[in-house]
Design a protein around this ligand. Structure first.
Ligand code: ZN
Ligand code: ZN
Length: 884
């Protein structure tokens, strides 16, 4: 037939490279913009340019590839839009480390040169993650690869910034931000890591201005008192009585500040009296706004005390703390110090302690944007899977705060704002303005800050499709079909894409969001380098093949449940890949002399009718599972069908016709075997792209890539309910005989004789018509039928449906030997049980042994007792034979 014979074993390495190149060379990943087919589009969550493929990426991209390949085969016009993210702080830090190794810093090389260095770095290393995604088999249209800093996307960023500014949705304002004094940048709340630390609680006396005693205030940060502008107590705290209108003197500075009342104050903390420093604490900032308090900034961007800190000016914030404590003590204002453990925020990049700081930053006013984004999910225009994430989304969106979008780094989209030297006003524009928009002055300086990395990724679903131009891509593929992502970036990214997409495109960015779980180790622990439990996807693909790896991820990807991954699992599915290979090999060998015969000539066996009917059902079920994002169900349906129905039953039964001498039967079974094999390859292709393509190409009569073959659907194969019913009874009889053979330890080579007691004529007829299957699969010599006759002497019986199947044991087994063996084994099991039970009754053992050991012993005893029961039953059976 012109197709070469299949090798004995599947060798993933060469096959994977070969087919990936073939798909790319033939443009199979590309959508057709002219096509009338229904569009399907996914935008890839852009990996950081600094990234290398980890388990999270592997899972995320495997699921996306499954969807894309499936939809292509279902006849959709598919675009999987790829690209990478410039990852502001992450990339800048990597390059800064390089510079440090060379003994220099970004400040020494200067901004322009530094940007050049980063671009060079990205040219050199930025393609790494992309090549790793190709290794995984991702069918992205790489000719459309984008980068958040490329020209087109930068244009979209400028457009969005300027439009939002003009609409009053971007503003510059004083705000309390998380500041990293080391990285010199503001951090989003989500970028701050909170860590429990041992610290102290300092009780400081604030004397009343009128000299009548003092209020004692507890704080962990005495150095910030220099910026206090009030002391607050809870209005319901009756320890303090009426403090309305009273003032206290700020220690050291001796400045009068008001005592205010606010429900926010926690009466349980310290003394219930709280010092308020609006410029250096986010909660105080809010209280300050509510009470119109002055904001006094005493710590600068380097973490040092500034001129408003009076005598402490120039000290580092931690030095200042020591000094101020001494001074308070000397002044008799330090009442006591208590040990205190609490969570302290640290920079997620460099671990420096965060300084909440009042600072001029750029913000997006998100409330109006968030309201629309909430509504679109409420209305079901975007659905989030699993559905419980919708509640989390609502909760966050309804309590959303303005988004601080400026970052004090260099690598990123520079903010398009210019300050006038003459009037100090700001001019925002897409291109460098010639003059100040307020006074017409010409001496302008551009803002030094860049935008938060998530600002450009928030535009990803439309910027990658060509926005702000009205492109064919946008018309065809926006809104995109589904976003596949991890829950950790639901707020960083998904929510912001929702807001930006709705605002600028007037429609949701995606119809569905599928949130997948975490990949953990076999015990359910998070994978981390320090724990040494990381499984490297690239290593695993090298070792076991990409198909086995992808299938494992899919088979474990149950909605809402974390994935517990071990290499054993992957090895298990590698066996599955080999099983498919061997099944295909068997079919290919047996269809070499295949004769295509006309439909009228075909003679279908029961096995043929049954496997086609099952294929009809499974095809529909697999498609339904993928449509519902039940990847694990889809994978497991394929697995069970291929292994336990196609291989275990069908291919065994098919031998009957294949090796028989009925020409029409043989030809029919050859055609069915081939068709089912092709269908199996198609069902599996989204999960295992490489091995399925390799096999597809070997089957006579296939044309082109499996990638563009039609996905099997229920209607493609005859649904035959009778065949399933008939097959059920045949399988039951075969299994019944096999069980007895196993129980009674009948040597596999020995054939048995069977008497079937007919209880139901229809079922008996099925067995009569399919005796050949029973003979070959259950190793049966003689098969006879009786009706209501007595149970034959020396036989064991299986009840199968309405039939009684007697397996004649006389002559096969030495009953006396068998009884001896059983008695001996019973003794041994009883002894083992005694040992186990002894342990479980031993108080000392129970106290000392770890819980899992105790459980192990318990399980063992339980298994032994089940075994004992079976052995006793068998012995009874043989003893019963004597009594007759
Ligand atoms: Zn830092
Ligand atoms: Zn001006």
């Amino acid at each position: 037939m012109g197709k070469e014979v299949l090798g004995k074993a599947f060798e993933p390495q060469s096959v994977e490279r070969k087919w990936y190149r073939y798909w790319e060379d033939n443009g199979l990943f590309k959508p057709d913009l002219e096509s009338a087919k229904e569009p399907f589009c996914i935008v890839i969550p852009p990996p950081n340019v600094t990234g290398t493929l980890h388990m999270g990426h592997a899972l995320n991209n495997t699921l996306q590839d499954i969807l894309c390949r499936y939809k292509r085969m279902k006849g959709y016009n598919v675009l999987w839009q790829p690209g990478t993210d410039h990852a502001g702080i992450a990339t800048q830090n990597v390059v800064e480390k390089d510079l440090a190794a060379k003994g220099t810093t970004r400040h020494e090389v200067g901004r322009d040169k530094f940007m050049e260095v980063v671009w060079e770095w990205r040219k050199k290393y930025g393609g790494l993650i992309i090549n790793q995604l190709k290794r995984l088999g991702c069918s992205c249209d790489w000719s459309r690869e984008r980068f958040t800093m490329d020209e087109g996307l930068s244009r979209a960023v400028l457009e969005v910034f300027v439009r939002l500014y003009e609409e009053g949705l971007i503003y510059r304002g004083d705000y309390i931000i998380n500041w990293c004094p080391r990285c010199h940048t503001a951090l989003a709340d989500l970028e701050v890591e909170h860590e429990e630390m041992d610290s102290h609680l300092y009780y400081i006396r604030y004397p009343f201005e009128d000299g009548s005693g003092a209020l004692v205030v507890a704080t962990t940060r005495p150095e910030t008192l220099l910026g206090d502008t009030a002391v607050a107590v809870n209005p319901n705290d009756n320890r303090y009585g009426d403090l309305k209108g009273r003032r206290v003197l700020l220690p050291i500075l001796n400045k009068p500040i008001p005592v205010i009342q606010d429900r926010y104050v926690d009466v349980e903390f310290g003394t219930g009296a709280l010092k308020i420093t609006p410029a250096h604490d986010p909660n105080d900032f809010e209280i300050g706004l509510a009470h119109g308090l002055e904001q006094i900034k005493v710590i600068d961007e380097n973490g040092k005390m500034n001129e408003l800190a009076g005598p402490y000016k120039g000290l580092d914030r931690f030095e200042c703390r020591e000094k101020i404590l001494e001074d308070l003590k000397d002044a008799g204002l330090l009442e006591k110090i208590e040990p205190y453990r609490h969570a302290v925020g640290h920079c997620y990049r460099c671990k420096t302690m965060i300084e909440p700081l009042l600072s001029k930053q750029w913000f997006v006013k998100v409330k109006p944007l968030a309201e629309v984004a909430v509504k679109s999910v409420e209305e079901g225009r975007t659905r989030i899977f699993p559905r419980n994430w919708e509640a989390v989304y609502f909760e966050w969106m309804n309590n959303i705060k303005d988004w601080c979008i400026s970052r004090q780094i260099w690598w990123g989209h520079r903010i398009p704002a210019w300050y006038c030297d003459e009037c100090g006003e700001v001019t925002v524009a897409k291109t460098t303005p010639q003059e100040c928009s307020s006074c017409g002055g010409t001496s302008l300086n551009r803002d030094n800050d860049v935008l938060d990395t998530w600002f450009s990724s928030a535009l990803w679903p439309f910027s990658t499709l060509g926005w702000p131009d009205e492109t064919e891509e946008l018309k065809t593929f926006y809104p995109t079909s589904v976003l596949v992502t991890g829950f950790d970036i639901l707020f960083f990214w998904v929510a912001r894409m929702m807001m930006m997409g709705l605002h600028f495109m007037g429609d949701v960015p995606f119809k569905d969001v599928y949130i997948h779980a975490l990949v953990r180790d076999a015990e359910g622990k998070k994978m981390s380098k320090s724990k040494g439990n990381v499984i490297d996807p690239l290593e695993v693909m090298d070792k076991h093949g990409t198909d086995a790896f992808r299938f494992t991820l899919a088979a474990l990807a149950a909605q809402g449940r974390d994935i517990k991954l071990s290499e054993d699992r992957i090895v298990g599915y590698r066996h599955f890949v080999n099983k498919i290979w061997n099944a295909a090999r068997l079919v290919l060998i047996n269809i070499e002399d295949m004769e295509e015969i006309a439909p009228g000539e075909r003679v279908y066996t029961l096995a043929d009718r049954w496997i086609l009917c099952r294929l009809s059902e499974v095809s529909g079920e697999v498609a339904g599972a993928i449509d519902d994002y039940r990847f694990n169900d889809a994978a497991n349906l394929c697995y069970r069908f291929v292994w336990h129905e196609f291989c275990d039953w069908y291919l065994e039964m098919a031998k009957e016709a294949l090796y028989g001498d009925d020409r029409r039967k043989k030809a029919t079974t050859q055609m069915v075997a081939r068709d089912v094999l092709l269908a199996v390859l198609k069902l599996l292709h989204p999960f295992m792209p490489f091995v399925t393509e390799e096999l597809w190409q070997k089957v006579p009569g296939t044309d082109g890539s499996i990638m563009i073959a039609e996905f099997p659907s229920s209607a493609d194969y005859p649904f035959d309910e009778d065949a399933t019913k008939e097959m059920d009874i045949v399988m039951e009889v075969v299994s019944g005989i096999r069980n007895i053979r196993g129980e009674m330890r009948i040597p596999p080579a020995k054939k048995v004789n069977i008497v079937v007691d007919v209880g139901n004529e229809k079922q008996a007829k099925t067995i009569r018509n399919n005796m050949a299957y029973v003979r070959s699969l259950a190793k049966v010599e003689e098969l006879s039928f009786t009706s209501g006759a007595e149970k034959p002497e020396g036989s064991a019986t299986a009840v199968c449906g309405a039939l009684q199947v007697h397996v004649l044991l006389a002559g096969l087994l030495d009953f006396e030997e068998e009884k001896k063996r059983l008695r001996k084994e019973i003794q041994k099991v009883e002894k083992d049980m005694e040992v186990g039970r002894g342990k479980l009754e031993n108080e000392k053992f129970l106290q000392k042994a770890p819980a899992d050991i105790v459980k192990e012993v318990k399980d063992k005893v339980e298994n032994l007792s089940l075994r004992l029961e079976r052995l006793k039953k068998n012995l009874e059976f043989f003893e019963g034979l004597d009594d007759r």
